[in-house]
Ligand binder design. Sequence first.
Ligand code: SF4
Length: 431
Amino acid sequence: MTERFAQASGQGCRNAPVLKQRGQHEVFCGLTSIVWLHRKMPDAFFLVVGSRTCAHLLQSAAGVMIFAEPRFATAILEETDLAGLADAHEELDRVVHELLARRPDIRRLFLVGSCPSEVIKLDLAVAAERLTAVHAPQVRVQSYSGSGIETTFTQGEDTCLAAMVPDLPAGPEWPEARELIVAGALPDVVEDQMRDLLAKIGIETVHVLPAAREATRFGVGPGSRVALVQPFLGDTLAALERRGARHVAAPMPFGAEGTTAWFHAIAEAFGIPPEVVDRAVAAPKARAERAVAQAAEALRGRSVFFFPDSQLEVPLARFLTRECGMEAVEVGTPFLHRQVLDGDLALLDEGPTLSEGQDVDLQLDRVRAARPDLTVCGLGLANPLEAEGLSTKWSIELVFTPVHFYEQAGDLAGLFSRPLRRRDALKVGAA
Ligand code: SF4
């Protein structure tokens, strides 16, 4: 975050106490992120090394892709594989050879670890090295974990992007060269809007991780500055920092305020005066403010409670409280990554309970006691809570819907106002 913003906003929730919970939690695993990652990397294939359960999860999560050329599959670990690691490696090699022979368009192959591959300690990093030696330079084989033991559903993107960083070529030296890396998968139309504004501000070289194609890989080094567009990319950020890149700390680009602060922070890191940013963003910022004000009519004065699910909770609470007039009762997040969330925590007014991790029964007790107007939670909790008369919003929708930057700010507020408008309409209908 820019110092300008820190001074203007005070400390917010930066130093607020955090309720740490360790118990049963209800979240999808990291395999889910394949559903949005495959769209950003059209030359990649995701091979989950897992069980039939993993295959079913992917099939149902990605049901909408039924007419698309599949770009992911599951290599099923059978009981015989579980009995002997040597057989599992042999079997994996065979599956990969057959796949690559059938699909010469694949340039990147991700071996995605799961609970079963982890339990039998199948070392997919070693398998990826072995397979790269055979299939390079046509195909780069990498591995990462999407296991439910290690990851929540957005962390799958983090482990995937972090796995790509060590293989990136050496990049620019500061100050001779200055390049921006934007980390996080965005829908193409949103990425284009972002690139357009960065160009207007004067940032000449912008790379996005994940790169759309293997052929457009870029370098990373001390001349790289990294801005995140998703708050769940802590491992990716650490991997880029290990390569010499520097973090541009900023609030996440949600809503007019967060987006403006994000562009200001980048401009400051590149020595560009704030007036240049203000001029470049004036029109889209005004559009965003108007759209949010309209969509927020149903949100003002209403309360919101976040279960820990997507790791987007802190930036969204900041957006909903500051731009939409809501009151946050509890902001739960699976992990509170202070370096990444510093800009959003500083802007979030003190008051809500900040909780990290989950003990689902205790949290259900708290939500029942608070009876918020809106509860943001996972699919598994939404139906029972609706049955108890609470309005809910599925957090997974927030990663499938374009919600970043100015042009989507009104839609982002609309995602939260729709369940409330629906409930209001039902009340009127029932009266
Ligand atoms: Fe289930 Fe684990 Fe497979 Fe995810 S990785 S679908 S949690 S078995």
